[in-house]
Ligand binder design. Sequence first.
Ligand SMILES: Cc1ncc(COP(=O)(O)O)c(C=O)c1O
Length: 325
Amino acid sequence: MNHQTRVYESVFEMLPTEENPSPIVRINRLNPEPDFRMYAKLEWQNPFGSVKDRAAWSLLSDLEARGELSAERGIVEPTSGNTGISLAGMASARGYKTRTIVPNKVPMEKKVMLKMAGADLDVVTDDLCPSPGMGDGSINLAKTYAKSQKSRYVMPNQYENEHNVNAHIRTTGPEIRRQTEGKITHLFTSLGTCGTVTGCATYLKEQNPDIKVYAVQPSEGHDVPGLRNVSQLDVSKLFNPDLIDEILEIDFELAYTRALELCQNEGLFAGPSSGLIFEGACQIASRDKNGFGVMIFCDSIFKYVSNMVKHIPELSEGTTPPNAK
Ligand SMILES: Cc1ncc(COP(=O)(O)O)c(C=O)c1O
């Protein structure tokens, strides 16, 4: 494998590592504070399109190493979309089946992507972020499959599996340190399973305890796929508040407006969770004035076109001929 020429023998060789990092790109026109350098880590450049390639590969390769997968026995997993898309793409390329359970609020684009990646799909009337005690929520339904059909399914469970965190200790953290030559002072992430924040914070604070870690949470009642408000976090066994210096609550509508601004001013086609992280980073940059910030931009906007139109209806204006019914 040669990361210079980018000639690969399989899609798996493209997965991010310290030698083949996802890019970091500086924010220019939208940076509120010239002495605070802001870089976005573009996770949509990963081969299956999001930060979840890292966790999915870690989960899948662990199951493979333990002999849990075969042509007859595949993966079942609850997902807000991205983990499922990464897992299904990888499993299909390896010859395994996948069943994904998604909350209904997940955008249509992601549901269709899951099917195109080869997953069987169950859609449940769950919260956007599955929570316990909700009857057969997406997590519980996945557990039911894994328990009642042991010969057909194994459930990695991204909300509890340490391999999710380890993926970021092994790859994202070292990539960021190398790309910033150790100069990073602020890390900005979101909270979903919390694999990203816990893994990156563990590695980076070990290297330099002065690095500050900020996590954003959308305001309650939100509609930002992949993210959780802290009130929804009891489902994640990977959340470690000791590693987070501050959690910023941000009006969830800003996820959409900030994502659009990034598209229209920076050429960065960032999705809504990146929009929310960007708003948090701007608030801290304006407060701290000086620093070297890295934001994890988890995925791109393409899977959220229907959500963008829902939140910013003007976007659909002029998209049909004037005399169309
Ligand atoms: C778009 C998006 N942003 C952020 C996250 C949060 O990442 P993590 O689960 O590592 O906390 C996810 C997780 O699924 C996601 O899909």
